[in-house]
Each structure stands twice: as C-alpha cells, then as structure tokens.
Design a protein around this ligand. Structure first.
Ligand code: MG
Ligand code: ZN
Length: 366
C-alpha cells in the first residue's frame, strides 16, 4: 500500500467514525463538532437593558461577554403576543407553543416532551436549578405537565416521575407541607434521592440523584443573603451530572430578574443579573475545560419595558424608566458558547432551542 493510499484510508475512517460525534455542516461542508452536554440558562424577564444595566453597575466585564455568538429570540405564545413564563418555558423546553398559564401541555391538552425528558430517555443525566420554588413555571416546564401553572402540589408530584436526576431551588412546602398530607420526600428517598435542605448538606452530598430544597417557598433575594448561591448550586449540579458518561442537560433559571422588573426596581434587577452572571461564569469555566459542553443563555420574555434613559459608564451609574409593570413582547437576547454554539446566532423562535438541542445531542425523540 502506498503512503498516499494509507492517508486516504485514514481520512476516510476519520470522516466516517467522527460522524458519531460530529456532523457535516450542510452549508460549509466542514465538520461540525457536537456537544456531549448542554447547559441552558434562562434569565426570567431578562431583556438587553436588564443585562446592560447589570454590566454597567458591575464595573468589570461580565462572563457573558466572553460568549462568541449572540442572537435574538421571538417569545410570543400560542394565544398572546406577550408570553407568560409558563408558555415561554414550555416553548423553550419542548419546542411547542402553548397558551399562557400552561406548562408542558399543548392548548388541546396533549402533553409535550421536554428536552430533559427526551435526554433522560436517551440515557443522559438531567437537572434543573432555580432561585424560585422548583415547582414554579420556568423550571417546572422542563419536568411537569399541567394546564395550570399554579397547581404547585400536582407539579411537585411530577418530580417523582424519574425524568430529573437533580433539582435544586426553593419549594420544600410543595413536597412535604401539602394539603393532601403527603410527604413526597419519602418517595424521593425511595427512588434513591438524597434530599437536602441547606447549602452545606448539598455540597456534602455524594448522591447521583439529588433534591435540594433550600427554602420553604422561594429562595431569598441575592441582596438578602442569597448572593453567590446560584453559582454554587450550578457548580454542584455540574459536578454531579458530569459523572454520567452519556452527558447531561442542565437548566439553570435566574428567576428574580423578572420579579425585580415587575416591581420596577432597578437595583433588584441589577443584583439578580450580576448574580446570574456569576453562575454563568461557573458553567463557562467548566465548559472551557471540558470542551464538549454547549452553554446557551437566554430569557423567556422581557419584563417591565425597561429603557435606560441615561447613566455614566465610568461611574457605574444607570438611569432607567419602565413602560409598565408586566411582561413585554420584545425579542430577547441569546448567547452561546461551545460546540454547536454558532447555530444559535441570528433570529430564532423560542421553539428553536428544543429542536436544536435534539439535533446537537443526536437524541431519539420516540
Ligand atoms: Mg421563572
Ligand atoms: Zn413575570
């Protein structure tokens, strides 16, 4: 065999077998590396002004500024130009638009599978992390199916279905201080979950299935003692889920950007945005070392109609006005890092995320 023939065979084998982890990009014809893991951040209610206010006040560049790709996302729901977090979360989680107020179910009542459920079926590890109760609309969209987003106790029961390996947030009361008198933590323990109620025990846990119920209802605000915890929760989730050889899908929500915006409270917004960026830094550090992790950051919708009307970049000052106290219809930002990240640039619908994650991770949906 000539040297040339050997080289051709080597190239042929590389192209053939790298197909297991790579994909030929149809446009450029080049090899497209695939991620093994996906980490998705959702800043609830986070528009571009929220981010920029946080960046200005932070005084040093955000971790988010290291992301090489950015884009925009349309957020309208099936029944409203302005989405709520139920329909917004469901679209991101499942690639299906639904009506406001609903999670994980189409308007006609049909259940839709979320990316974490599909990933679980494909042998991947899955997790959700949130600063609100873990049963709240955004995290619940990845785990539960309910025509009413406020049915927290029913939603908590869906965490027993086995599709989620790790969940960390608030919401202890929805699991064991319930109207029906049930204590779902008993069932969780039977399923091999380590159930913990504080940060210290969370960090110590060695279990591959982990329920961190760190508050009875929602967690505290960042400014009231929670600062840095979302980053720690994210770190623990990554460490634990990362042990699965088939990879993982982790969803991290910064819930309270939305609440600060409903209150038209710029300081509250800024503190929550800065806290989210710290958690993003933790994920980014892992993704850089790992090399096989796609990190995507987006929002479910904008809240408050926030406009930055003035400020001073050198003195870290921002002046702002709000158009209202509710959600708005504007497109929200998308940032991406890692293998497959370039696909998220441009303008997409919020149903895009699910479909693109399925493609990137080569998941079987049936
Ligand atoms: Mg939320
Ligand atoms: Zn809201």
């Amino acid at each position: 065999m000539s040297k040339k023939t050997v080289i051709y065979i080597v190239i042929f084998l590389f192209v053939t077998f790298s197909g297991c982890i790579n994909d030929i990009d149809s446009k450029s014809g080049t090899l497209q590396p695939r991620p093994r893991n996906v980490i998705l951040f959702i800043g609830d209610g986070m528009g571009v002004p929220h981010l920029y206010a946080g960046m200005t006040k932070n005084g040093q560049p955000f971790n988010l500024e290291k992301f090489p790709y950015s884009g925009l996302c349309k957020t309208y729901s099936a029944d409203n130009y302005i989405t709520d977090s139920g329909a917004g979360g469901t679209a991101i989680a499942s690639g299906q638009k639904t009506n406001n107020g609903i999670i994980g179910v189409k308007p006609d009542g049909t259940q839709v599978s979320s990316i974490t459920e599909v990933a679980h079926k494909n042998g991947m590890a899955t997790g959700v992390v949130s600063t609100s109760t873990i049963t709240h609309a955004t995290p619940a969209s990845f785990v539960a199916h309910n025509a009413g987003r406020d049915n927290y106790e029913e939603i908590a029961s869906d965490f027993l279905k086995g599709t989620i390996d790790i969940f960390i947030g608030g919401g202890e009361d929805h699991f064991r201080n319930r109207k029906d008198g049930l204590d779902l933590t008993v069932n969780l323990k039977e399923q091999g979950f380590d159930v913990v109620y504080n940060m210290e025990d969370l960090k110590k846990s060695q279990s591959s299935r982990l329920a961190g119920l760190l508050a009875k209802e929602h967690m505290q605000k960042a400014s009231e003692g929670r600062q840095g915890m979302l980053s720690e929760m994210t770190k623990k989730a990554i460490e634990t889920l990362g042990k699965n050889k088939n990879g993982f899908v982790l969803v991290v929500e910064a819930s309270m950007i939305d609440w600060g915006s409903h209150e038209n409270n710029l300081d509250y917004i800024v503190e929550e945005v800065i806290d989210m960026d710290q958690a993003i830094g933790t994920a980014l550090e892992f993704a850089k070392q790992d090399g096989k992790t796609l990190v995507v950051v987006t929002a479910d919708h904008e809240t408050g109609g926030l406009v930055l009307t003035g400020g001073d970049i050198n003195n870290r000052q921002v002046e702002a006005k709000f158009a209202g106290k509710d959600h708005s219809a504007v497109m929200v930002p998308v940032f991406s890092f890692g293998p497959w990240a370039e696909r998220f640039s441009g303008i997409h619908d919020n149903t895009f995320f699910f479909n693109e994650f399925v493609r990137a991770l080569r998941l079987k949906t049936e």
